[in-house]
Write a protein that binds this ligand. Structure first.
Ligand code: ZN
Length: 63
């Protein structure tokens, strides 16, 4: 966790999310997903959800 304006964020969760962008994923509306647009302070999201995997599948099949 690292502090940011008084809140703390999990570094691995941020990295997992940003890696998704590098891989070509956009944000999802699924709140539990790594690629949800917002990471709540103190939340850890390092495990891909079915929604995230669907996004990676879409990339794989569209290239
Ligand atoms: Zn993002």
């Amino acid at each position: 966790m690292f502090p940011f304006y008084g809140l703390t964020y999990d570094v691995a969760s941020v990295f997992a999310h940003e890696f998704g962008h590098v891989a070509g994923l956009n944000h999802t509306g699924a709140g539990v997903a790594v690629m949800f647009y917002q990471l709540d302070s103190g939340t850890i999201k390092t495990v891909l959800t079915s929604d995230d995997l669907q996004g990676y599948n879409n990339i794989a099949w569209n290239n």
